[in-house]
Design a protein around this ligand. Sequence first.
Ligand code: PSU
Ligand code: MN
Length: 311
Amino acid sequence: MKNLPQFVDVNEQVAEALRSNKPIVALESTIITHGMPYPQNAEMAANVESIIAQEGATPATIAVMDGRLKIGITRDERERLAQAQGAMKLSRADFGFALSQGCTGGTTVAATMIAADLTGITVFATGGIGGVHKGAEETFDISADLEELSQTPVIVVSAGAKAILDIEKTLEVLETKGVPVVGFGTDIMPAFWSRESPYRAPLRLDEPEDIANFFSTRAKLGLRGGMLIANPVPEAHEIPALQMAVHIKAAHDKAMGDGISGKSVTPYLLAEILKLTDGLSLKTNIALVENNARLAARIAIAVSKESRPAR
Ligand code: PSU
Ligand code: MN
């Protein structure tokens, strides 16, 4: 196990898995503190951990609690985080601030990647990454998740970029920054709540082993950075893109009217869409996170097999 800074608490299961090179899947916590309401956020977080364990990997939910960087949380900590008032939404810029000031916060995709890499975890499951927001040509609102993907060597399993974003521009930025985007079992880029967007997935792989192999091949080339796996939401839970487009537009217009900007945009839009869809968007969000956790566990198992020396 790596030598870690004094502000890091690695829980016993994760520490054991790290020592014996067992597969581990990192999980973010902004989805708990800012992405979903209580109590569904707590239930989701617990279910996702069980799914990973059932698949044979160790879950490591990552969060900042009272200035401690938690790699793996207890049931009590999960409950406390799910109900925390005023938790910060932590990305690369304020991650260190929260640790140095004793704050509590959910880690975004960017911060979770940093923490996973620090600990030696290479696979991470989320819902959808942040990206280029609609209207970014005016607001410059582009998620730090994209920059992180370009520099931190972690495989991020998502259902694509959230459909509230400009998916086309998000794909362009990822290409510019040299981030591979791999459709899992699909040629089409998924759109979070929907299985299809109007755009092609730049690359396609159908097996977790191929993803593990692609990742190690990049590393052997000396290429920095992570990769994004785009895993479509299961059909049974999909909300068709045309139906979602109406709600996304309404949520956007309301956000503009209310003068929402910066970090608040994503949580605001998710909460509005939840109201507009009568809770359906939340059910789909939970289903796609669970689906990503399952795939991430399989990828982590493939990665750990690869890194074991051949006999
Ligand atoms: N996916 C979800 N719900 C979320 C997020 C992703 O299903 O709440 C969070 C992730 O933590 C992601 C963040 O990193 O939203 C992006 O925020 P921003 O657009 O402000 O960078
Ligand atoms: Mn932003």
